[in-house]
Design a protein around this ligand. Structure first.
Ligand SMILES: CC(C)(COP(=O)(O)OP(=O)(O)OC[C@H]1O[C@@H](n2cnc3c(N)ncnc32)[C@H](O)[C@@H]1OP(=O)(O)O)[C@@H](O)C(=O)NCCC(=O)NCCS
Length: 144
């Protein structure tokens, strides 16, 4: 089940999955996490939080209308590949459509491109490197 969670709630899974558990939780915060227009979603299995993502009001390039950036998408290792990430992103898209948002974009790790394509995103940049993390592509989905 997908629920709205706090900016603090996302930090342990962000650290474990996206930063290999190497950072202090406070070092896993993103600028904009506490923006009142940002929100954070979690997927719960038997009341355990297993998947998180954050959504910040932020446009990309020349795309028209109101955009949101998806950030910090991560599913616990034992729960990957079971469809929870897909359900979380689909929930966000339905919610954001209701908020009159026009598109969602993200900087996708190369290994996650197929995941985002499955939920309707397309690649909109050349490959670029984020130092210390690796190759990425910007990806975009129009939601209305
Ligand atoms: C990418 C990720 C968020 C997807 O979440 P998920 O809950 O595993 O996704 P789902 O089960 O809904 O979708 C699975 C699809 O994602 C893709 N995928 C990408 N990486 C994957 C992984 N490590 N494990 C399983 N599926 C993965 C596959 O295309 C898969 O589709 P398939 O089942 O048809 O092969 C998750 O695997 C993860 O946290 N990976 C490590 C961190 C990461 O790379 N995050 C993205 C940062 S941009």
């Amino acid at each position: 089940m997908v629920k709205f969670i706090t900016a603090d709630d996302v930090l342990p899974i962000r650290n474990e999955i996206l930063r290999e558990g190497k950072l202090e939780l406070d070092q896993c915060r993103f600028v904009g996490d506490d923006d009142p227009a940002s929100f954070h979603l979690g997927y719960f299995v038997n009341e355990e939080l297993v998947c998180v993502a954050s959504f910040h009001p932020q446009g990309y390039g020349e795309f028209a209308g109101k955009g949101y950036q998806l950030r910090g998408m991560a599913t616990l290792n034992g729960q990957q590949g079971k469809g929870v990430g897909t359900q979380l992103v689909n929930f966000a898209i339905v919610y954001l459509r209701g908020q009159k948002v026009n598109y969602v974009w993200c900087n996708a790790r190369k290994v996650a491109v197929s995941f985002y394509m499955n939920v309707g995103f397309e690649v909109v940049s050349k490959e670029f490197d984020i130092p210390g993390i690796g190759p990425h592509y910007a990806m975009y989905v129009k939601i209305q």
